[in-house]
Design a protein around this ligand. Structure first.
Ligand SMILES: [Mg+2]
Length: 188
């Protein structure tokens, strides 16, 4: 059973792109919300003409996973002065625990750090929330849009489940449900 899903951010949950509604007002602004009122498009304080967009159903799917009792975390090499504030603008801060994000000036593109971070995230859960029933790698799923990051994580954490993110399909992030169902069925 999958008990923890660890996500990359860029091109996995969010994508930035041009949008003339973004006017650089010196604060994060919500431009669009889903039918439940959760932000889906936000404009950053100082990047005029650009917005951050959550992939379709991202809010709904992440919240539903938490409702089902699945832990969520993040291993992201996105900008440390920007990404945590973006997550707050999307009102997603409370969804993720033990997130690992890049330190300032830390832009290694080989993904080797993601393996270390994922290992550390699992460890953090096991000394905090999961002390009585430690997570095993086969109960963890890592999602990223880069195959080399998946490989780095598999190498560092043997037995972990990994999947290439595919949120551009019509159903957006709902593909995660099927991935989890498939993994859970395999282990029965
Ligand atoms: Mg990415």
């Amino acid at each position: 059973m999958i008990r923890l899903v660890i996500f990359d951010f860029g091109d996995t949950i969010f994508k930035s792109g041009p949008d003339p509604r973004s006017t650089g007002t010196c604060k994060w602004e919500v431009l669009e919300r889903d039918e439940d009122g959760w932000p889906t498009v936000v404009a950053p304080p100082d990047r005029k003409g650009f917005v951050e967009r959550a992939f379709p159903h991202a809010q709904e799917v992440l919240r539903e996973m938490r409702r089902r009792g699945i832990w969520l975390s993040v291993a992201s090499s996105a900008e440390p002065d920007y990404t945590p504030f973006m997550v707050e603008a999307f009102d997603m801060g409370a969804l993720f625990r033990h997130a690992f994000m890049a330190q300032k000036g830390d832009y290694l593109q080989d993904c080797s750090r993601k393996g270390t971070w994922v290992e550390a995230i699992i460890h953090d859960f096991n000394v905090a929330e999961c002390q009585d029933d430690p997570l095993e790698p086969r109960e963890v799923l890592f999602v990223d849009d880069l195959a080399r990051c998946l490989d780095a994580v598999k190498k560092r954490v043997p037995g972990i489940n990994v999947v290439l993110s595919m949120p551009r399909m019509e159903e957006g992030m709902k593909y995660i449900y099927e991935v989890i169902e498939e993994i859970n069925a395999e282990h029965h």
